[in-house]
Design a protein around this ligand. Sequence first.
Ligand SMILES: [Zn+2]
Ligand SMILES: [Zn+2]
Ligand SMILES: [Zn+2]
Length: 374
Amino acid sequence: MPDPNTPEPSEVREIRINPIVPSESVLVATARGMRPKKAEDLAPRDTRKHVETCPFCRGNEHKTPPVILSWPAEGEWQIRMVENLYPVLGDDREQAGFNFGLQQTIDGYGRHEVIIDHFEHGIAIHDMAESHLAALFGVYQTRMRQLFESDERLKYVLVFKNFGPAAGASIPHTHSQVIAMPVVPENVDAEVKNSAAYYAKHHHCIFCALIDEALTFEATIYDRNSGAVRRKINVGQYVVERGEKFIAIKPFASRYEWEVHILPLTHQADFLDVPADDMADLARVMKRTMARLDAVIGGAQYNFFLHSVPHGGSDSKHGVPHDMARGEYAASYHWHLEICPRTSIPTGFELGSGLFVNTINPEQAAERLRAVEL
Ligand SMILES: [Zn+2]
Ligand SMILES: [Zn+2]
Ligand SMILES: [Zn+2]
């Protein structure tokens, strides 16, 4: 018999501190009255296989900017990488900096490229073959390496994907994007710095510690006054999917209801260091995780992005306070893929407070994702 004094586990209302970036907190508020988000119908995504007028569909190759690489190299392409027609960062021409008082700029040089993930127009990740997904991760890695090697001013290569109109995809054909930047994005920088500080204190990687916790953590939370059991936290409750080399976990301080992170099980700072043989397991964990998300949400629209250790040296010229010799962070940083399904639209409360609001208890969300039969 459940103790009637034990509140429903669904009624959680607490501010959770992101263990890696403590300045980033999440209000987990699951009681109905706390739901600040308007339930809006998100625009449906395009699921067609081939669209005559789509520049990314086969047969329309002449409509895209120049091709950078394609896979396989011979025969009909399955994955194709092209330059972006509307780059947010320009080419490598250095521009005269605009610096006036408090208005400081950094040259917008860099690269912005598009990866056509699959020849099929509206195919979802979980419907792609594992071998195809493994090749896609291989393309990400190849291009990251080429970009870092091409220009030492590039400090960060961000690989990301917007899928579905709710996630800001402007072209419905499934694609990822690569942006190479002369600066390290602030959120990555915060992760890098905070995990280095944790390492200095505890002599081990905080991401590895979180994986261990996700796999083994067990705790009982008692009521402060009555001493009654309030909540039990079970073994492996944050694990969504586990492969041989990779794991998908639900972050304790998830910003988004269905946010899931994929990490290598053994320590690795740089996505460039993933051996080709491991890509199949990464693809399998990714495919199964996306299938779980899709089953629970019903047509997942999401953003995902790769966070890997930055490259390049310190750059005092631009006032970037980094010393990004990657060796320095090789022991403390741990690359990961953050998957953020978009099931709601942020409100003024979130934008104004900087506090993310999550209306589903992450432990329960993980349980629902695990329960999906694949
Ligand atoms: Zn298309
Ligand atoms: Zn680690
Ligand atoms: Zn991250």
